[in-house]
Design a protein around this ligand. Structure first.
Ligand SMILES: NC(=O)C1=CN([C@@H]2O[C@H](COP(=O)(O)OP(=O)(O)OC[C@H]3O[C@@H](n4cnc5c(N)ncnc54)[C@H](OP(=O)(O)O)[C@@H]3O)[C@@H](O)[C@H]2O)[C@@H](O)CC1
Ligand SMILES: Nc1ncnc2c1ncn2[C@@H]1O[C@H](COP(=O)(O)OP(=O)(O)O)[C@@H](O)[C@H]1O
Ligand SMILES: [K+]
Length: 476
C-alpha cells in the first residue's frame, strides 16, 4: 500500500522526530537520498552538468546539500539562487565542495540571456529546489522563466519532494508548475504524488525513507499484494450461488453493445452466475455473445445503468437502490440517484462529465479538483464514488480515499467504462464492500488494459478478455 499524508501530518511527524535527533539529521538523510537518486537518474556523476534552482526554504537546503554530494563526486554543480535568503549552511556546503552559486538576475557574457538561463540551457539535469511542502501553488516570474528555459531545451527536471507550483495537499495545478522527469520525496508520499493533475507533473516518484513515524494516511493507493489479499477466490466448498450472482440492468435498443460489454466484464470477475434483465432483443445479443447468461431471479448485487438510454426506469432503479443488495450505478443510471436515503452499499462510477452533472459544477472544474468533488459526491449522496479518468479516485461516504494510478491512457476508449461497471458488480456480488470492490475493480481493469495494450490501441472487449489473465497473474 502506498500512503499519502497531508503537509500538516508530515510537519508534525518531522517535529516529533527532530526533537530526538541532532540538528540537521533529517535534511542530511533527505539530501543523501536525493543525491543518490539524481546520480542514478544521470547514470553517473563525473563531469555531469547539474543546475540547482534554489528557493528560500528547506527544499532548497535539500537541493544544496545534494549538490555538494554530487560536486564531491565530480559533477559540475551550479546553484541558481531565486531568493536572497537561500539555506545558508547548504550553500556553504556546496561552495566548499567546489560548486558555484549565481543569483538568478546575474547577467551573462552573451547578449540577451542571463547567466542562469545559459547554465540551465546547457545542463544535463535541473534540480527543482524552488519550493516543497511549504510552497503555495504557482511559480514566481523569475522561477517560471528558468523552468521554461529547461523545457525549451529539453533538460530533464528532478523535483525535490514535490514539483514546485503544484498544490501539495489536493493534487490541483491551478497555476504554472514544474513538470518533472522524476520526483524524489521524503518520509511518505504526499497527495500531489498520487492524484492528478499533479501526479502527472511528478513523473515517477522515488520515496526516500527518513524514519518518520506517521499517523494513518488520508489517501491510499493499493498495490498488487493488497489487491490480491482482497480478491474473493473460490474454495473447495464453493458453488455458483455461494460465489455470488450478479444482476445486470444495462444496455438498450439504442446501446445493445453496452450490455454485451458489461456482461463480458462481469463474467471475467469472481461471480458464479450472471443474470441479464432487459429488452428481449438485447438479451438475445447478450446470450449470443455469452451463452452462460441467465434471466431474472435472485441476485447478490446489481450493476445498473451502462447504456440504459431510453430504458431508464427511475422508480425501479430507486427501488433497487433502497433494497438490501449492493448496487453499482453507472452512466445513464446515475440520473436516478437522489440525495435521500441510505446508500452506503451503492457504488457510483461516473466520469468527470457525469459527476459534474450530478453536482451541478462544470466538467473542467471536476477534472481540476478530482479529490474535492469525489469526496463531495460521496458525502452528498452517501455512496462510494469511483471517479474515472487518468487517476481513478475512489471516495467512501466516511471520508476514506483511495486512488488507482496504474492505467494506460489507451484505456480511454468507448465501452471501457461498461467493462469496469460489470467487473465492480461481480466483485460486490462476490462479497466485497463498495470501497474494496471499487479498488480491486479499478486495479484489475487497468492491469488488463496494460496487458491488452502493450503500448498500442485496445478495444473495450479486448480489456474484458484480458481480465482473466490479469487476475491469474495477480493471484499466482
Ligand atoms: N518535513 C519534513 O519531514 C522534511 C522536510 N524537508 C524539506 O523541507 C521542505 C519544506 O521546507 P520549508 O518548510 O522551508 O518550505 P519550502 O517548501 O522550502 O518553501 C519555503 C518558502 O518558499 C516560499 N514560497 C512559497 N510559495 C512559493 C512559490 N510558489 N514560489 C516561490 N517561493 C515560494 C515562501 O517563502 P517567501 O519567499 O514567501 O518568504 C516559503 O516560506 C520539504 O519539502 C523538504 O524538501 C527535508 O529536508 C527533511 C524532512
Ligand atoms: N487518460 C487516461 N488514463 C488512464 N485511464 C483513463 C484515462 N482516461 C480514461 N481512462 C479510463 O478509461 C475508462 C473510460 O470509461 P468511460 O469514460 O466510462 O467510457 P465509456 O462510457 O465509453 O465506457 C475508465 O475506466 C477511465 O478511468
Ligand atoms: K521542489
Amino acid at each position: 500500500m502506498r500512503h499519502a499524508h497531508t503537509v500538516e501530518q508530515v510537519r508534525a511527524a518531522e517535529a516529533a522526530l527532530m526533537a530526538r535527533l541532532p540538528e540537521g539529521t533529517l535534511m542530511q538523510r533527505a539530501a543523501t537520498g536525493l543525491a543518490v537518486a539524481i546520480s542514478n537518474f544521470l547514470g553517473g556523476t563525473y563531469g555531469a552538468r547539474v543546475v540547482l534552482l534554489i528557493g528560500s526554504g528547506d527544499n532548497g537546503g535539500d537541493a544544496l546539500y545534494a549538490g555538494a554530494y554530487l560536486a564531491r563526486r565530480g559533477a559540475q554543480v551550479t546553484a541558481v539562487l531565486l531568493s536572497d535568503k537561500p539555506h545558508a549552511a547548504g550553500l556553504a556546503a556546496l561552495e566548499t565542495a567546489g560548486g558555484q552559486a549565481i543569483p538568478v538576475t546575474a547577467s551573462s557574457a552573451s547578449n540577451g540571456t542571463t547567466a542562469a538561463q545559459s547554465a540551465v540551457a546547457g545542463a544535463d539535469v535541473v534540480v527543482d529546489g524552488i519550493v516543497g511542502i511549504g510552497g503555495r501553488p504557482g511559480l514566481r516570474p523569475e522561477a517560471l522563466a528558468v523552468v521554461q528555459v529547461a523545457e525549451r531545451y529539453g533538460v530533464p527536471i528532478v523535483a525535490v519532494d514535490t514539483p514546485s507550483g503544484v498544490d501539495v495537499d489536493t493534487g490541483e495545478t491551478p497555476e504554472p508548475h514544474v513538470n518533472a522527469a522524476l520526483t524524489v520525496t521524503f518520509g511518505t508520499h504526499k497527495i500531489c504524488h498520487l492524484v492528478d493533475p499533479a501526479a502527472t507533473a511528478c513523473g515517477p516518484v522515488h520515496l526516500v525513507d527518513i524514519g518518520l513515524d506517521l499517523p494513518p494516511a488520508q489517501v491510499q493507493a493499493l498495490q498488487a499484494a493488497d489487491i490480491k489479499a482482497l480478491y474473493p477466490v473460490p474454495h473447495g466448498e464453493s458453488d455458483k450461488y455461494s460465489r455470488g450472482v450478479l444482476g445486470l440492468m444495462v444496455g438498450s435498443a439504442q446501446y445493445p453493445g453496452a450490455a454485451v460489454i458489461a456482461t463480458a466484464g462481469a463474467l471475467a470477475g469472481p461471480v458464479g452466475m450472471v443474470r441479464y434483465v432487459g429488452p428481449d432483443a438485447v438479451a438475445s445479443a447478450v446470450r449470443e455473445a455469452h451463452p452462460e447468461v441467465v434471466g431474472d431471479g435472485r441476485v447478490q448485487a446489481w450493476t445498473i445503468g451502462s447504456g440504459l438510454g431510453d430504458e431508464l426506469d427511475v422508480p425501479r432503479i430507486r427501488e433497487l437502490l433502497d433494497a438490501e443488495e449492493p448496487v453499482v450505478l453507472d452512466a445513464d443510471g446515475l440520473k436516478a440517484l437522489d440525495d435521500s436515503g441510505d446508500h452506503v452499499d451503492v457504488l457510483i462510477t461516473p466520469h468527470a462529465g457525469e459527476l459534474s452533472r450530478l453536482l451541478g459544477v462544470d466538467r473542467a472544474t471536476v477534472e481540476a479538483e478530482r479529490l474535492k468533488y469525489a469526496r463531495l459526491a460521496a458525502e452528498t449522496f452517501d455512496v462510494t464514488v469511483l471517479l474515472k479518468g487518468s487517476t481513478t479516485v475512489i471516495a467512501g461516504p466516511d471520508g476514506e480515499v483511495r486512488v488507482n494510478t496504474n492505467a494506460t491512457p489507451w484505456l480511454a476508449t468507448a465501452g471501457a467504462g461498461d467493462v469496469l461497471a460489470g467487473l465492480c458488480g461481480a466483485l460486490l456480488a462476490g462479497g466485497l464492500t463498495a470501497l474494496d470492490a471499487a479498488s480491486v475493480g479499478a486495479y484489475l481493469h487497468a492491469a488488463a488494459a496494460n496487458l491488452a495494450s502493450g503500448g498500442g490501441p485496445i478495444t473495450a472487449i479486448a480489456v474484458a478478455q484480458a481480465l482473466p489473465e490479469a487476475t491469474r497473474r495477480l493471484l499466482s
